[in-house]
Design a protein around this ligand. Structure first.
Ligand code: SAM
Length: 287
């Protein structure tokens, strides 16, 4: 069941909101976010994407501005060894490379179709000299920790999640209902990816976890679970980043100093985006 099409002023049709998803979100998020949920914007405007052309670099990558926050939180420095554990389609990998020149960047993605998309993104945006420091792998992120123990200075886990914004515009309401039903299994996968990422991180290294959902079960609860079950990792206060960006983003309280939650409000319609920052303080030990 879908709401009717909205005609936009440029004559194009606006995306449709999927009623089943909206009803579920109304129920869950009004409980979790209180009054803040009623101010959340559901109608972003879009710039056109550029077409892929083999051999030529594109001029811009369309990225939700909130997607830059996990990248900035990682504080990448020149020469560092970096892992982007769930990398496709590659928006954050491209943004990472705009922050500094890593010595090595491993972009990993599990889904083979999405790996092709990732390769295309890198080919379209990364000039030759930088391409040489990037490697693409197609592994289950849950196995990366055992495959590359204590290798990386920085790890980004931009985890598979409910993806509220795209689910809200699902064109197939049956598929949308199925996804909502499957939603409860995501935190298990997210915790497993984080455990693997922690193993792959060298002592002293930083890890950023991000999702594009407002769901507490996939955000704060996943971080709490990791912090209580893993003594090699500590939370890193991220409130400075929120203060720096407070003009551009609306943040909801998370009750965790190491995490931020961006609400997509009208006029600041970026997000949803959850970001958490952790530091590995000692070796994971036996691999
Ligand atoms: N970081 C990407 C970007 O900025 O363009 C978006 C990543 S998206 C939120 C999450 C990705 O994780 C999806 O491409 C999905 O296929 C991938 N994924 C799902 N399960 C995975 C796993 N077990 N290991 C690695 N990646 C996985």
């Amino acid at each position: 069941m879908l709401t009717r099409l909205n005609a936009k002023s440029d004559g194009k049709l606006a995306k449709q909101l999927c009623r089943v998803v909206l009803d579920q979100f109304d129920k869950q998020y009004s409980k979790e976010l209180g009054d803040s949920w009623s101010t959340v914007s559901r109608s972003p405007d879009r710039m056109p994407s550029e077409r892929h052309q083999t051999g030529s670099l594109k001029k811009y990558y369309l990225l939700n501005a909130a997607s830059l926050l996990p990248v900035l939180a990682l504080e990448l420095r020149d020469g560092e060894t970096v892992l982007d554990l769930c990398a496709a389609p590659g928006g954050k990998s491209v943004a990472l490379l705009q922050c500094a020149s890593p010595g090595y960047l491993l972009c990993n993605e599990y889904d083979s179709l999405r790996v092709r998309w990732l390769r295309q993104t890198l080919e379209s945006f990364i000039p030759q000299p930088l391409i040489n420091v990037i490697k693409v792998s197609e592994s289950d992120g849950r196995e990366m920790g055992d495959a590359r123990p204590e290798t990386f200075d920085k790890v980004l886990v931009d985890a598979p999640c409910s993806n509220d914004r795209s689910w809200l515009f699902s064109s197939d309401s049956q598929k949308a209902a199925y996804r909502l039903h499957q939603r409860s299994s995501l935190p298990v996968l997210q915790v497993e990816l984080l455990r693997s990422a922690i193993k792959a991180l060298r002592p002293g290294g930083l890890l950023v976890y991000s999702t594009c959902t407002l769901s507490r079960a996939e955000n704060q609860d996943v971080i709490s679970e990791i912090l209580t079950s893993n003594s090699t990792i500590v939370p890193v206060d991220i409130s400075g980043l929120a203060r720096t960006c407070s003009q551009d983003f609306t943040f909801a309280p998370t009750n965790q100093k190491c995490s931020l939650l961006v609400l997509p409000e009208k006029g600041k319609a970026w997000g949803p985006m959850f970001i958490a920052k952790l530091k590995k303080i000692v070796s994971t030990g036996k691999w």
